[in-house]
Write a protein that binds this ligand. Structure first.
Ligand SMILES: *Cc1c(COP(=O)(O)O)cnc(C)c1O
Length: 461
C-alpha cells in the first residue's frame, strides 16, 4: 500500500515512511492510494486484537509481516482492562455506548497509541534508528503518548505541559510514569506557548535532524488506521453487514470520526455519522451553513474538544473533491490566509449526505450527564455525554452507537456538578494521588528547551 499527500507534491511513501513522517513535506496529510475492502463475514466473532490486525494489515502492506502485526495488536490490546477491549453498552432501544476508555490512561487515544508505540519500536529496530518524540499537551494526548512509549527501546519522549494549567488527574497520569526514556517538562506558560515551542523545534531543521525529532499527533495516518477496527467491531456486533448502523462521535481534530468514515469506505454499511461538538463549533457551523471559519477557542467542560481548527478535515475535503490535490492545496492555503474555508457548494452537499452536525454548551452537557445517570444509571463523561445527546437528536430504527471517549473519573469536577458524586478511579489508578511525580521545569524560551531535549536525547551516547 502506498500513501499520497492530499496536496499532491510530496513523494508517495509506504506505511513505515508515513508512520515516521507524520505530516507530508508539502504540508498535506497522507492518504492511502486506495481503500481496501473488509471481508465482514470473515471478521464476525473474532477477538478484538485479531479483528484489528486483519483490518490494519492491508494498510501496512509488505512493511510488516502478518504474524508480527498480529503479535503487536495482541500486546497492545492486552493492556486494556476489559476482555472485549471496546465493549458496547445498551442505553436505549436503538442507542448504544461504545466504550473506548478501558486502556491505560482512560481515554480513546490509548486504542491507537498503544499500537503506535509498538509499531515505532518494530520499524525503528528494523532500520536500526532511534527517534525523539516531542509533543505539547493540555491533557489526554500527552498521557496516552507517554504510556505508549514508556520503556520502548528505540523511542525517547519529551512532553511539554503548561505548568499549573492541566487538571490534576491529567498531570499525574503523565508525571507519575517513572521510565528512563520519558521526560515531562512543565513550561512557565500556557498551552499555546508549549505548542509554539514544539513548532519552533520542528522548524529548526538542524535540530530536527540532530535529535531525530518525531511527533505522534493526530494527523499521523497510523493513528487513524488503528481507530477503524472498533467501528467495524461495533457494526458487526449489531448486525452488519445485514443491518446498517449509525455513529455519533465527540469530535475535536476530526481524527476519530474520520476513522468511522474510513470504515464506511471499506464497506461497512454506515447510515450516518454525527459530529458532536461543544461550544467550539466550527464543524457544526460548516455542516449547517458551509461556514468553516476560525474563531477563538473557548474553554469548556470537554477540554479535548476545545479546538479552533480540525486538522484531519483536510482528508475528508480531499475525498469530497474527488482527490484533486491542486484544488485541495489551494483551498487549504486560502483557509490559512483568510481563516475561512471556501468549500465548493457541491462538496459541502456531499459531506451532508453522510455527516450531521451537533453542538451542546456546558449547561446542556451537565444536564445531559444528569439525565443519562437518572434514566439509566450510566455515568457518561462530558465528552461522551455530548455524543449521546447528539445520538438522541437523531431517533429512528437504525441502531446508533455513541463513541464513549473518556472514563468519567477523568473529569471528577464536572461529574460531581452533574450527579453529586465523584466517580472512583479504576483499581490500576486508585493510588494515582499518592504516587511520586517526575518532571522538570523550564522557562518559556526555545534555547532552554532545546538544550534540555538535546541533553536528554544524548544521555545514552
Ligand atoms: C481527543 C479526544 C476527543 C476528540 O477526538 P478527535 O479525534 O480529535 O476528534 C474527544 N474526546 C476525548 C475524551 C478525547 O481525548
Amino acid at each position: 500500500m502506498n500513501y499520497i499527500s492530499t496536496r499532491g507534491t510530496a513523494q508517495p511513501r509506504d506505511f513505515a515512511g508515513v508512520l515516521l513522517a507524520g505530516l507530508a513535506e508539502d504540508g498535506g496529510l497522507f492518504m492511502p492510494e486506495t481503500w481496501p475492502q473488509a471481508d465482514l463475514h470473515a471478521l464476525r466473532g473474532l477477538p478484538y486484537a485479531e479483528l484489528a490486525a486483519a483490518l490494519i494489515q492491508p494498510f501496512v502492506g509488505d512493511t510488516i509481516a502478518a504474524p508480527t502485526l498480529r503479535r503487536l495488536c495482541a500486546e497492545a490490546y492486552a493492556t486494556f482492562r476489559h476482555p472485549a477491549v471496546v465493549p458496547l453498552v445498551q442505553l436505549d432501544t436503538n442507542l448504544w455506548s461504545l466504550e473506548l476508555f478501558h486502556g491505560p490512561t482512560l481515554a480513546f487515544k490509548d486504542v491507537a497509541m498503544q499500537l503506535l508505540g509498538r509499531l515505532f519500536d518494530h520499524v525503528l529496530t528494523e532500520r536500526n534508528q532511534r527517534i525523539t518524540i516531542v509533543g505539547a499537551t493540555s491533557g489526554d494526548t500527552g498521557s496516552a503518548a507517554i504510556e505508549a512509549c514508556k520503556n520502548r527501546a528505540r523511542v525517547d519522549i519529551v512532553i511539554l505541559h503548561p505548568k499549573g494549567r492541566t487538571s490534576e488527574v491529567q498531570r499525574r497520569q503523565m508525571t507519575t510514569v517513572d521510565a528512563p526514556n520519558v521526560r515531562n517538562i512543565a513550561i512557565d506558560g500556557n498551552f499555546d506557548d508549549c505548542q509554539d515551542l514544539v513548532k519552533a523545534m520542528f522548524a529548526d531543521e538542524a535540530f530536527r535532524t540532530e535529535i531525530h525529532l518525531s511527533a505522534v499527533n493526530s494527523i499521523n495516518w497510523a493513528r487513524i488506521a488503528a481507530q477503524i477496527p472498533y467501528y467495524v467491531a461495533a457494526a458487526l456486533a449489531l448486525g452488519a453487514p445485514a443491518r446498517e448502523v449509525a455513529f455519533s462521535v465527540p469530535t475535536g481534530n476530526f481524527g476519530n470520526v474520520l476513522a468511522a468514515w474510513a470504515a464506511s469506505r471499506m464497506g461497512v454499511p454506515i447510515a450516518g455519522l454525527t459530529v458532536a461538538s461543544n461550544r467550539n463549533d466550527i464543524l457544526t457551523r460548516f455542516l449547517a451553513a458551509n461556514d468553516m471559519s476560525v474563531r477563538g477557542v473557548e474553554p469548556s467542560l470537554s477540554p479535548s474538544m476545545d479546538i479552533g481548527v480540525s486538522s484531519n478535515f483536510e482528508r475528508l475535503l480531499f475525498e469530497l473533491l474527488d482527490r484533486d490535490p491542486i484544488l485541495t492545496a489551494s483551498i487549504m492555503q486560502g483557509f490559512r490566509a483568510t481563516g475561512r474555508m471556501a468549500t465548493p457548494h457541491e462538496a459541502w452537499q456531499r459531506a451532508k449526505t453522510m455527516f450531521h452536525g451537533f453542538r451542546l454548551d456546558d449547561a446542556g452537557t451537565i444536564a445531559e450527564i444528569r439525565r443519562i445517570a437518572a434514566e439509566t444509571g450510566y455515568l457518561a463523561d462530558p465528552h461522551t455525554a455530548i455524543g449521546i445527546a447528539a445520538a438522541r437528536a437523531r431517533p429512528g430504527t437504525t441502531p446508533i452507537i455513541a463513541a464513549a471517549t473518556a472514563h468519567p473519573a477523568k473529569f471528577p469536577d464536572a461529574m460531581e456538578q452533574a450527579t453529586g458524586a465523584r466517580p472512583a478511579l479504576p483499581p490500576h489508578l486508585a493510588d494515582l494521588y499518592e504516587r511520586a511525580e517526575h518532571f522538570t521545569e523550564s522557562p518559556n524560551t526555545l534555547a532552554h528547551i532545546q538544550a534540555e531535549v538535546r541533553a536528554f536525547a544524548a544521555r545514552n551516547t
